[in-house]
Design a protein around this ligand. Sequence first.
Ligand code: 9D3
Length: 235
Amino acid sequence: MFEIDVLTIFPELFGPFLETAFVGHARRGGAAAIRTHDLRDWATDRHRSVDDQPYGGGPGMVMTPEPLVPAIEALAGPKGPSRSAHVICLTPQGRRLDQARLEALAGAGGPLLLVCGRYEGIDQRVLDVAVDEELSIGDYVLSGGELPAMVLIEGLARLLPGVLGNPASIETESFRGGDLLEGPQYTRPPIYRGLEVPEVLRSGDHAAIDEWRHHQAIARTRERRPDLLDPDADS
Ligand code: 9D3
């Protein structure tokens, strides 16, 4: 059973997501246990504060260590070898999540504690004393770590054994450096608004279909994602 705890000030954002598709199936089938926790439950003042003004000035607020570190330690134990979960904080400063990292995390078998940042950021001492790893999901600005945590959970859930009921579909589709984009795909009808499905796909000639698909995949990857073909290239 892969266990994931999520620490957030918006646990309600996770509700329908956790019931849906791979993630819901993983939970109902017993492959994963995913629990959310409201960071405000660890706040001690009457306003249940989780943030404060930044030292040095500047806009916005910063998440204070005061409820955050005790919450992390309550859910994962103190940082160190005896810790009960690997603690990942979703932050814009983290290493960018990719399929290789998902596969490594899924393979390690959990448990994980995902910490969702909000506001302008998190007090550095939280990251220093209580967090094992920082991850980002890409170079664009969101408002917090909740959607990135859901991205991580969904990416993990579909790698867990017994989730698909179809292990064959897990292994080869991995999207990593060296892989190709998928070429165009079609279903019925054979002609839609005058646009025809390529003849080769309806030919029944499987060798020709494989060759056509491979050529399309290479052409599309060269056009849209040359960085996948030449990892040294700068996109
Ligand atoms: C415009 C705000 N920025 C000021 C220079 C900094 C900033 C602070 C907090 C930017 C984003 C956020 C909130 N984002 C996340 O917590 C986050 C995130 C993201 O924004 N993009 C990609 N991955 C992630 S993981 C967590």
